[in-house]
Design a protein around this ligand. Structure first.
Ligand SMILES: *[C@@H]1O[C@H](CO)[C@@H](O)[C@H](O)[C@H]1NC(C)=O
Length: 404
């Protein structure tokens, strides 16, 4: 019966690609294979194009060695990998320059960050100089926006932070996001023609709510009230890459409720991040969907690294997991609130992961793993690459006229 159903779905997807497209759901095995191939190409330097200086990081190799990066900023939009690779952000839109740090949640003024992000047209948002922006309320992004911090030291900090709600095609790159607080019980503008009442927010660094085609790259995130990056309510087509996360308890929540079945369509790539000092749990904590966790460096966790409930698929490849010294917290994985009789069927795989200081990964759902074989002609790049691939995780220091 299960076989017949999957055959039917396969046929449906062949004859009617729009069904797949309309809900943003991609064939996870094909996306995983493509990511593996990109990493393989970058780490074996088979792909030294004219922009590539062979960092071995396939996202960075796509743009970082261009000394004219400041003139070619929008090239970044072609560099994502994984489930969020289709996020074009503000590509082909105008450049909008943030010139001041003031914030008016309902009537934002030209030159402010909020004025840029609420516009209806695609915009590529950059910053005139180093700045710390303390928002008064959540920053409600409109679709087709890139927030590009390259060339300046930009901090969104100390107030409510970034909210991506029911919008698509967002790139957030090179921003320091930290000390984010709750906002709400206030009106907030989310487009030139609309503002609305916001209840109290969670206090996330980046909150993705019913959003799709989202890419968060080279950000440094720490010390927020709730999650650093949370994605809930049917969000999908997300890539979280090259970020440096520190000093935080509940790092990433991907799916907020076991009963939220829309999250069965959630597909997230988590690649080349450094999960660093002062982190406790949820890197990430997953529900329902498909999560490809590849070549990340886990140097600190207090409770566990990767967890979940409600039958998520977790495909962990080529990560480096360094367990804490506490003998009770060596396990990478954590299943929440479900009996073993249920979770033993969940498809949690570990391939090529490097497990250090007693770290162990409890796999499950072995019977399903044969379905991966057809896609995986290449195996994951070994975790020995993780150190060099993640060495520049977090915001980069980019000067005009030279490589970032
Ligand atoms: C990997 O490199 C080969 C050879 O240059 C190329 O044909 C292929 O498209 C590359 N794969 C990806 C996913 O970029």
């Amino acid at each position: 019966m299960a076989l017949h159903l999957s055959l039917l779905l396969l046929l449906l997807s062949l004859i009617s690609p729009t069904i797949i497209h309309s809900s943003h759901v991609q064939d996870p095995e094909l996306i995983v294979q493509e990511v593996q191939e990109k990493i393989y190409n970058a780490t074996t330097r088979r792909n030294l194009g004219y922009l590539s200086c062979g960092t071995g990081n396939p996202i960075d190799d796509c743009w970082r060695c261009d000394s004219k990066w400041a003139k070619n900023r929008q090239r970044l939009a072609d560099c994502a990998i994984g489930f969020g690779k289709g996020a074009i952000g503000g590509k082909n839109g105008k450049i909008y320059v943030v010139t001041n740090t003031k914030d008016d949640p309902v009537n934002p003024k030209p030159g402010s960050l909020r004025y840029g992000v609420i516009q209806d047209e695609p915009l590529w948002i950059i910053f005139e100089r180093d700045m710390v922006i303390k928002l008064k309320e959540e920053l409600m992004l409109n679709s087709f926006k890139t927030i590009d911090g390259r060339g300046a030291s930009v901090h969104i900090a100390g107030g409510p932070c970034i909210t991506i709600q029911y919008v698509t095609n967002i790139i957030v790159h090179g921003i320091n996001v930290h000390d984010c607080k709750r906002g709400g019980n206030a009106n907030v503008r989310d487009s030139p023609s609309h503002y609305g009442w916001r209840t109290i927010s969670d206090g996330d660094g980046i909150s993705i709510f019913g959003g799709s085609h989202i890419w968060v790259d080279h950000c440094s995130l720490s010390s927020c009230t709730d999650g650093l990056i949370d994605a809930i309510h049917g969000s999908t087509a997300i890539t979280i890459s090259n970020n440096y996360m520190t000093h935080h308890n509940k790092v990433m929540l991907l799916g907020h409720s076991d009963s939220e079945t829309r999250d069965k369509n959630m597909q997230v790539t988590i690649a080349f991040n450094h999960f660093g000092e002062g982190l406790v749990q949820r890197m990430p904590r997953c529900r329902h969907g498909y999560f490809h966790v590849v070549n990340n460096d886990y140097t600190h966790w207090e409770m566990y690294a990767i967890g979940g409930s409600a039958d998520p698929t977790i495909n962990s490849q080529g990560n480096r997991f360094l367990a804490p010294n506490d003998p009770n917290n060596k396990e990478v994985t954590k299943r929440e609130e479900w009996p073993q009789s249920a979770w033993k069927k969940w498809n949690w795989r570990s391939q090529g992961d490097l497990l250090l200081n007693g770290a162990f990964f409890t796999t499950s759902g072995a019977a399903a793993s044969s379905s991966y074989a057809r896609a995986s002609s290449l195996s994951a790049r070994p975790s020995s690459y993780v150190g060099s691939i993640t060495v520049n995780a977090g915001t980069l220091s980019c000067k005009q006229g030279s490589h970032c």
